[in-house]
Design a binder for this molecule. Structure first.
Ligand code: IDP
Ligand code: MG
Length: 142
């Protein structure tokens, strides 16, 4: 997901571009303003943490771009392109490493396991909003 800060800063294109050029396959995409209910479901694992209220407030503050990306080891690949949670620690060349300083406004969210990806995509997408296209790209990406 491109978070509200990423959309507001017009970084959506570059985020999509990096994931696309890596060879991942985009299977769903949507712009929306998350409701508080969606945000609380999304970040259920962080309930009670000191940054939780700010996190919910930020996610519901404006448009986000929710996406479903598929490909070999997609969770690991996306998280490595995104970089460490704190942009200060994120390596140059990663999205967070190149474009931010603020931990709460770190441009993107990326699922951390197949289980959380499945749970999270259910918050934002109905089954018929995802394509399951087999791209003719095996020569390059597998
Ligand atoms: P992740 O986004 O890299 O998976 P998580 O630990 O799942 O990181 O935290 C979710 C989001 O909560 C982070 O992306 C970041 O925006 C915010 N966050 C995490 N830890 C802190 C903190 O210590 N201070 C402020 N915000 C935080
Ligand atoms: Mg996380």
């Amino acid at each position: 997901m491109i978070k509200p800060d990423g959309v507001e800063r017009r970084l959506s294109g570059i985020v999509i571009n990096k994931l696309e050029l890596k060879g991942l396959r985009l299977q769903g995409i949507k712009i929306l303003i998350p409701t508080e209910k969606m945000a609380m479901e999304h970040y259920a694992e962080h309930v009670g943490k000191p940054f939780y209220d700010g996190l919910i407030k930020h996610l519901t503050s404006g448009p986000v771009i929710a996406m479903v990306w598929e490909g070999s080891d997609a969770i690991k690949v996306v998280r490595s392109i995104v970089g460490k949670t704190n942009p200060i620690d994120a390596s140059p060349g990663t999205i967070r490493g190149d474009f931010g300083l603020d931990m709460g406004k770190n441009i993107v969210h990326a699922s951390d396991s197949i289980e959380s990806a499945e749970r999270e995509l259910g918050i934002y997408f109905k089954d018929n909003e995802l394509i399951h296209h087999i791209y003719n790209d095996k020569t390059y990406f597998e």
